[in-house]
Design a protein around this ligand. Structure first.
Ligand code: BTN
Length: 278
């Protein structure tokens, strides 16, 4: 299978409707990880909304220390640097919702470009037919002069064939090409993703959490399911995924017997690995 047409900055920027995101784009043939590169650039003071996108990653990183499959010329690997001068009390809402808002924006962009409608597994896995098609890795730090910043790393399996996945990914991962049987133009997808992300970040800055939460819940496959959430190695909780908290947490009604004293009270989980139980 041929590679998809190459990424170009001009083709991406021609489709942008943003004020900020993607106005500066660093396009690389190959890098270890666009998130690592974004961290270096953020530390050197590049502006809010700078995007790093690569044709390949040699050490792409997933959540919880996992590797992210990053072959050349097929998929989308990008990182967006966000640095907003927010008061300390607004920063925590901002930082806790960014992963969910990014996943929601990526799902909307995929739907616009392909008509496929990804579901979300809390907090930010993108699923098609129960298989993972994309994921988000958000990392943050503080610059000594310019204050805190967030790097939003987005990976989408775009034009990879299932045979190209390793054996251990084959049963659990998919791509837009596999689901749609047609190549997807990655410049169109990235521009759409940046447009969608900027409009939702504006809503988040206005603190209109209700509308974001509602849109997220509509796409979230986790809600209403029995789940097991691994909080740390050997530490997990099982129960009903009840709702999304005001800080983006997953609120779980623990299964009776696991936490007998609090069987009826909701437990709020802020980070963890979710398994949907049958
Ligand atoms: C996950 O585990 O679901 C998150 C995957 C995030 C992968 C993307 S690809 C672009 C960016 N650079 C990285 O090294 N990781 C993120």
């Amino acid at each position: 299978m041929n590679n998809s047409s190459p990424l170009t900055v001009d083709a991406i920027q021609a489709l942008l409707q943003t004020q900020c995101l993607g106005r500066t784009i660093h396009l690389l043939e190959q890098t270890e990880s666009t998130n690592s590169m974004a961290f270096e650039l953020a530390a050197s003071g590049v502006p809010d909304g700078t995007v790093i996108v690569a044709e390949a990653q040699t050490a792409g990183r997933g959540r919880r220390g996992r590797a992210w499959f990053s072959p050349p010329g097929k998929n989308l690997y990008c990182s967006v640097i966000l640095r907003k001068p927010l008061a300390r009390d607004r920063w925590s809402t901002w930082i806790s919702w960014i992963p969910l808002v990014s996943a929601l924006s990526a799902a909307e962009a995929i739907q616009q470009v392909t008509s496929l409608s990804p579901f979300l597994k809390w907090p930010n896995d993108l699923l098609l037919h129960q298989k993972k098609v994309g994921g988000i890795l958000c990392e943050s730090a503080t610059h000594p002069q310019k204050g805190p910043f967030v790097v939003v790393g987005i990976g989408v399996n775009v034009n990879t064939r299932v045979e190209e996945f390793s054996q251990n990914l084959r049963g659990i991962a998919t791509s837009l090409l596999e689901e749609r049987s047609r190549q997807v133009d990655r410049c169109v997808l990235l521009a759409s993703l940046l447009n969608e992300l900027e409009s939702r970040l504006t809503i988040l800055l206005e603190e209109n959490i209700g509308s974001l939460s509602q849109a997220y819940a509509q796409r979230c496959l986790t809600l209403g399911r029995q789940v097991r959430v691994t909080l740390a190695p050997g530490v997990s909780i099982e129960g009903l995924a009840h709702s999304i908290g005001s800080d983006g947490s997953l609120r779980i009604l623990p299964a009776a017997g696991l936490f007998p004293t609090q069987a009826q009270s909701l437990v709020e989980v802020r980070a963890g690995d979710v398994v949907h139980l049958h």
